[in-house]
Design a protein around this ligand. Structure first.
Ligand code: NAD
Length: 356
């Protein structure tokens, strides 16, 4: 099969980690008989330098015409003095909006071999961890009505949390579909003891659950959810939650893994379209040194194969190659121990590609 991928290399370590993900994708293509066409497009700081805009129209139209988007990372100190809406990171919001990416998926996996990197006690994460946080990405308080007003207590500011039934329904379906491909458990996290919007959220999630009789649903208040993530993370398979709660909980979940260089993510639209990127930023402090860990981007490419192209065996091949890399004792700089010689960014890509 042939697939068209719009690729944003971005800034800092972005181009370095993308190069390795492409290497691994090509190895997958060679083994399984697929051709991946890469359409390199500009976004972020590089786009500002070349076109004056962080998200040129051409990037959006090429991304829309592609099957998926693979993104490195954008931003860096060079552009930090620009006003907020002209900064490189703004390109991410623009892409989410233009591409209709309403579901953000963040797996938090603790590989057994890297258990030492987790801040949690070994007995809590024994045997590894595998959680996916499904965060609603285009609604809720970040996009609700906001403003300033005068009150009895003086000048005030407000932001409104609002969810429509349809917004909840479509994100809940993403979570339940995902659970069907995993361990068939969904935990919906809300604040239904206080918030009206959470009560609507809970009611609609329960309705959607009826369409998936094989999946077990439980509900948790967000304060308890934050606690259980560090006390008993094995409770979770798929977590589904609102934009703001997901923002916070997905960062908490990713910290459990102990290593930002290992964390992939996906943002999905209706249908199979998605944008895939590592959770980390452009890490300007290590750009150009060969110390960037490309595994998060390589695993993001694996998610692209799984969720957009439906290539399960090929996606598993990437996950297994990363696992084999770690099992053989290979390490990158960020996860190296005293007794390992870390591999550079490109050595890591070569090694993982050879393990496909
Ligand atoms: P960051 O994730 O870039 O870096 C945080 C720390 O983690 C740094 O010490 C860095 O060296 C390390 N790190 C990150 N990725 C790594 C990797 N793959 N391998 C090894 N070490 C890695 O976060 P930051 O420093 O807060 O932000 C730097 C720039 O990136 C900023 O301009 C920020 O706005 C931007 N940013 C972009 C995205 C994105 O493009 N999605 C996300 C977050 C931050």
């Amino acid at each position: 099969m042939e697939y068209n991928i719009a690729v944003v290399r971005g800034d800092g370590i972005g181009p370095e980690v993308i190069r390795e993900a492409v290497k691994v994708l090509n190895a997958v293509g060679g083994k399984y008989g697929h051709t991946f066409h890469y359409n390199y497009v500009l976004a972020g700081g590089e786009a500002i330098d070349e076109t004056g805009r962080c998200l040129p129209d051409e990037t959006v139209s090429i991304a829309k015409a592609s099957d998926a988007v693979l993104l490195g990372a954008v931003g860096g100190p060079k552009w930090d003095t620009l006003p907020g809406d002209e900064r490189p990171e703004r390109a991410l919001l623009g892409l989410r909006k233009e591409l209709g990416l309403f579901a953000n998926l963040r797996p938090a996996m603790v590989f057994d071999e890297l258990a030492d990197a987790s801040p949690l006690k070994p007995e809590i994460i024994a045997g590894g961890l595998d959680i996916v946080v499904v965060r609603e990405l285009t609604g809720g308080i970040y996009f609700g009505e906001k403003g300033l007003k005068d009150t009895d207590m003086g000048p005030a500011a407000y932001d409104v949390e609002q969810y429509s039934e349809e917004e909840v329904r479509r994100i809940a379906r993403v979570a339940f579909d995902m659970a069907m491909k995993r361990n068939k458990r969904v935990t919906s996290i809300d604040k239904a003891n206080v918030l009206e919007s959470s009560r609507l959220w809970r009611r609609i999630v329960a309705e959607v659950a009826e369409e998936y009789p094989e999946v077990a649903l439980d509900n948790m208040y967000v304060d308890n959810g934050a606690m259980q993530l560090v006390r008993n993370p094995k409770h979770f398979d798929v977590i589904v939650t609102s934009n703001i709660f997901g923002d916070i909980l997905s960062d908490e979940a990713s910290q459990i893994t102990g290593s930002i260089g290992m964390l992939p993510s996906a943002s999905l639209a209706n249908g199979n379209f998605g944008m895939y990127e590592p959770v980390h930023g452009s890490a300007p402090d290590i750009a150009g040194t060969g110390k960037a860990n490309p595994l998060a981007t390589i695993l993001s490419a694996g998610m692209m194969l799984r969720y957009t192209f439906g290539l399960m065996e090929e996606a598993n091949a990437i996950d297994n190659a990363v696992r084999a890399f770690l099992k053989e004792g290979c390490r990158t700089f960020d996860i190296a121990t005293r007794d390992t010689v870390p591999l550079t960014t490109s050595e890591t890509g070569d090694k993982v590609a050879s393990l496909i």
